[in-house]
Design a protein around this ligand. Structure first.
Ligand code: ATM
Length: 279
């Protein structure tokens, strides 16, 4: 897909590795656009794309999180299909990545050859990717009134670098705040899964000759690392219960997709003052 057929890659296609999630901006008549038309029509200031006032934030920002193998990328894709069927503009993107620079940082971060990277270095590279992503992709899309779905975002740094690497959530949270200019998701779906089961699913996909040939640098960490990641995610969800929706990732794919779609439809309806299918 590309600009020629009406879609725009949300991250550098040249650097795109995963076959599981295809980066796309799907365009169509949007509830979010109707919503933005009904609100005050402020002039956008392109020089401030990383910063956004409450009024400028017209779209909906959704993130999917969880340990490796939890199925979040599949759910992201199904949610894109659901919103696309409703004619809503959707930007599907991911972290690390989402921009050309972010995708290059992703290659470094996941490179199994980058042994011995300091935890702090790792954290700052994820934050650097995030800062670009927010300013270049997320904020402009939210100002336009699109629904942005990000496959991982700031909570991943709290979980992996804060929890897994032991840097601590209290250190990571304020750095996230700086990297994102305070932009937070409206809703975060945490697909909760036991770390052993998640890695088992991942290894199964690798053995089946799926999209991956081997574990990457982060996936290759010891099981205890992944257990701490899971726990840090759960702690973060307990800390912000109004933003997080915690789902059992062992549920059927269709059931999870339905639950996610219902929650997103509710949020869109609340925002637009209409209900799905009203038009
Ligand atoms: P995906 O699995 O979603 O492609 O993410 C790549 C890896 O980056 C993932 N590894 N594992 N297992 C989680 C890791 N990651 C972090 O460690 N910190 C972050 O802030 C982000 C966004 C991802």
């Amino acid at each position: 897909m590309g600009a020629a057929d009406g879609t725009v890659a949300a991250w550098g296609v040249a650097n795109f590795r995963s076959e599981v999630v295809r980066p796309e901006v799907l365009t169509g008549v949007s509830d979010a656009r109707r919503l933005c038309q009904s609100r005050s029509d402020e002039t956008h200031r392109p020089e401030e794309t990383g910063v956004m006032s409450g009024q400028e934030r017209r779209g909906l920002f959704i993130t999917l999180e969880g340990v490796e193998g939890c199925g979040k990328s599949t759910q992201a894709r199904l949610l894109v299909e659901h919103l696309d069927a409703r004619g809503i503009e959707v930007v599907l993107t991911r972290e690390p990545g989402g921009t050309d620079l972010g995708e290059r940082l992703r290659e470094i971060l996941l490179d199994i050859g980058q042994t011995g990277m300091r935890a702090e270095t790792e954290l700052f590279l994820y934050l650097a990717s995030r800062a670009e992503h927010v300013a270049e992709v997320i904020v402009p899309a939210l100002k336009r009134g699109a629904v942005v779905i990000s496959d991982r975002f700031g909570d991943a740094s709290v979980a992996y670098q804060g929890g897994g690497r032991g840097l601590g959530a209290d250190l990571v949270r304020p750095l996230n705040e700086t990297a994102t200019s305070g932009v937070k998701p409206d809703v975060s779906f945490l697909l909760d899964l036991d770390a052993e089961e998640g890695l088992g699913r991942l290894d199964g996909r690798i053995q089946d000759g799926g999209s991956r040939a081997s574990r990457d640098r982060i996936e290759s960490e010891a099981i205890e690392f992944h257990r701490m990641v899971r726990q840090a995610y759960l702690d973060e969800a307990a800390r912000e219960p109004e933003r997080f929706v915690v789902l059992d990732a062992r549920s059927r794919v269709e059931e999870l997709a339905r639950t996610i779609a219902l929650r997103v439809d509710d949020l869109l309806a609340e925002r637009a003052g209409t209900y799905p299918g009203d038009d």
